[in-house]
Design a protein around this ligand. Structure first.
Ligand code: SF4
Length: 627
């Protein structure tokens, strides 16, 4: 029997209890994002404000988390987002997720608000709330050490907020291991609003697969696949930072607040440069052999416990801000991990502010907040984390800040539903225009496969993986025909499954990754003993996506929010291969309509139709979309 243990923590009363989710229900919502939104819809009242005690915060792992195979240690954190007003959804890796499951939890549900700061611990099935006044105001590295010392176990894993979450910066992150972030959509601000400083877990009851031989075969095959996959080897060596040069060469590196796709000094920010200079070592998540994580050490500037910058972080503090100083970018990354800030939204909001200052729309407290000024960028991070001066405005995120400044400032934003754009350009990879717009929690680069996968030739691993999902076309990156919409939708469903199963998208995926869709099916079968099919699993992904949309529909968020920033419809400037490129508005609108029809969503409202919900066994949420 595969069931889920859900711990409920009422922060208002201090009551803690656990419930078991039966196997049939768990199989419909098997962990991660699907389980989290299922629990939110069950326990959160409609209309609950994101930073009020009525919001509900869920941490969820999956039936695969903690098994000794690469790419399974991921935790999803979900709540109503203070950044978007809709569903919040963020993924993070490390060792916390595996420990959370070994400690005896498949999900943690936090209700209400504590009167004073607290932290929660779960150690081998023993749950407790602790006072946390003495931890309030401290950075993540310090708090992690203090909690481990207090609980007397150096192996305790801590997911926590920093000063930014305490001050409810709308894009505050939840940080574990001092260097892994559930970064997106402001889940740290929700924790701060509940006076919940940290969640500490420790367990020794690691799960075992139901079918041991099949599981071991899959692990063994992974080693062979890695030996044969040069792309994965490059990825392990240089991490996501290895993308900087690749993206720039194609004109796809967002530069100077997304006005250009080409940064002429990108070489100074490359993954190879990071590897040759400041990289101290490669790090991993629990049981993963890829070891893609960066650990950077720069004396007096970057403490290695705060890890190292990912591609997104390098772009956000580097090219977005016109800065080519890798030391400063590494320092920005470390500060965000210490203060608990999402690096994408922080960098993008600072880049937007630089643009506004240069155009005379915003005063900068004398910081000299102009493109290229690394010192001003670093000082602005400090101010955002503490909501001081200009930092108080920027802590609201670029959309809300721009609304206060007026229409000209709004024209300069790069966000969808309030969530700032990650560093993959829809002008170049056209399916992302669609996915950024329709994704329930705003622009996200990890919600579907990117267009380059469709250039894979016959007989390649990439093509084989795509064929397993029924995708046969070869299409250019800038195509946005119905065939491309189908590619976007099918791979979106698969990624939605990965976010439910808590699988790392660098290891498990529908294209260049180590394991493909058929392997994913095999993993689920070996782990749970369920005689499943790829058809059932794709429906799991689709069910999760529809639940997220239903959550938004319940709050009145639908088609009108499925838009793109105006600047994406204007030609790119600044040289490079994509100069002059833009998204065509009519083509985008046509693709949007085709997408809604494929997804079974009402074309006028963007809500899932009753028939689609019934097909997915979601009849019970139908009332939310029946406006
Ligand atoms: S590939 Fe990288 S991010 Fe993914 S699980 Fe492995 S080490 Fe972690």
């Amino acid at each position: 029997m595969v069931t889920a243990t859900i711990w409920f923590v009422d922060l208002t009363s201090g009551r803690i209890w656990s419930e078991v989710l039966d196997e049939a229900t768990y199989r419909r919502y098997p962990g991660g994002s699907a389980l989290a939104v299922y629990l939110l819809l069950q326990h959160m009242v409609s209309g609950a404000q994101p930073l009020s005690p009525d919001n509900v915060l869920v941490f969820a792992v999956s039936p695969l988390t903690g098994l000794p195979i690469s790419g399974q240690s991921r935790v999803i954190i979900s709540a109503r987002s203070p950044l978007t007003g809709g569903i919040g959804d963020s993924q993070g890796g490390g060792f916390f997720p595996a420990q959370m499951r070994a400690a005896g939890a498949d999900a943690l549900v936090f209700l209400g608000k504590a009167a004073e700061p607290v932290y929660f611990s779960l150690e081998n099935g023993q749950a407790k709330l602790h006072r946390a006044e003495h931890l309030w105001g401290k950075n993540t590295g310090e708090v992690e050490e203090m909690i481990r010392e207090e609980l007397g176990d150096s192996k305790i894993q801590v997911a926590q907020i920093g000063p930014a979450g305490e001050r409810m910066v709308r894009y505050a992150a939840v940080i574990n291991n001092s260097n892994r972030a559930n970064g997106r959509t402001g889940m740290g601000a929700v924790m701060g609003s509940k006076n919940l400083k940290a969640v500490a877990v420790r367990g020794t009851q690691y799960p075992k697969p139901q079918l041991e031989k099949e599981f071991k075969d899959l692990v063994k095959r992974g080693r062979t696949l890695l030996d044969e996959n040069q792309g994965m080897q490059y990825f392990g060596k240089y991490g996501t930072a290895g993308l900087v040069e690749v993206q720039n060469a194609r004109g796809g590196l967002p530069t100077r607040n997304w006005s250009s796709g080409y940064f002429d000094s990108a070489l100074n920010l490359s993954g190879e440069k990071l590897y040759d200079t400041y990289l101290k070592e490669r790090d991993s998540c629990y049981a993963c052999m890829i070891r893609c994580k960066r650990v950077v050490d720069i004396p007096d500037r970057v403490d290695s416990r705060y890890g190292g910058p990912e591609y997104e972080t390098i772009a956000a503090f580097g090219s977005y801000c016109g800065i080519d100083d890798l030391e400063a970018v590494s320092e920005a990354s470390a500060r965000c991990n210490a203060y608990g800030l999402d690096t994408i939204s922080t960098g993008a909001t600072i880049a937007w502010a630089m643009d506004c200052v240069e155009k005379g729309l915003l005063k900068d407290d004398g910081l000299g907040l102009k493109f290229g000024n690394a010192a001003a960028m670093l000082q602005t991070i400090e101010r955002i984390a503490r909501r001081e001066g200009i930092g108080d405005l920027l802590a609201e995120g670029s959309r809300l800040a721009a609304q206060r400044l007026g229409a000209e400032a709004m024209e300069l934003t790069s966000e969808v539903k309030g969530n700032e754009l990650p560093a993959h350009m829809p002008q170049l990879k056209r399916s992302l225009a669609l996915i950024y717009a329709v994704n329930p929690f705003g622009a996200d680069h990890e919600s579907s496969e990117h267009d380059g996968a469709l250039s894979a030739g016959p007989g390649t691993l990439e093509r084989q993986h795509l064929l397993e999902l029924g995708i046969q076309d070869t299409l250019s990156a800038q195509d946005l025909s119905p065939a491309k919409v189908k590619f976007a939708y099918y791979t979106q469903m698969f990624y939605s499954l990965l976010d439910t199963l808590g699988l790392c998208q660098f290891v498990w995926g529908p294209s260049w990754q180590l394991y493909g869709p058929a392997d994913t099916q095999e993993l689920v079968r070996a782990a749970t003993g369920w005689e499943t099919s790829l058809w059932e699993l794709m429906r799991v992904g689709e069910r999760r996506l529809n639940l997220l949309r239903a959550f938004n529909a319940r709050e009145g968020i639908g088609r009108e929010a499925d838009t793109l920033p105006k600047k994406l419809f204007k030609p790119l400037l600044g040289g490079g291969p994509t100069e002059g490129l833009k998204i065509e508005r009519e083509e985008f609108q046509r693709a949007l309509e085709v997408y809604y029809q494929m997804a079974g969503w009402d074309v006028s409202t963007g809500y899932p139709t009753k028939a689609k919900l019934q097909e997915l066994d979601l009849g019970w949420v139908g009332e939310f979309t029946d406006h």
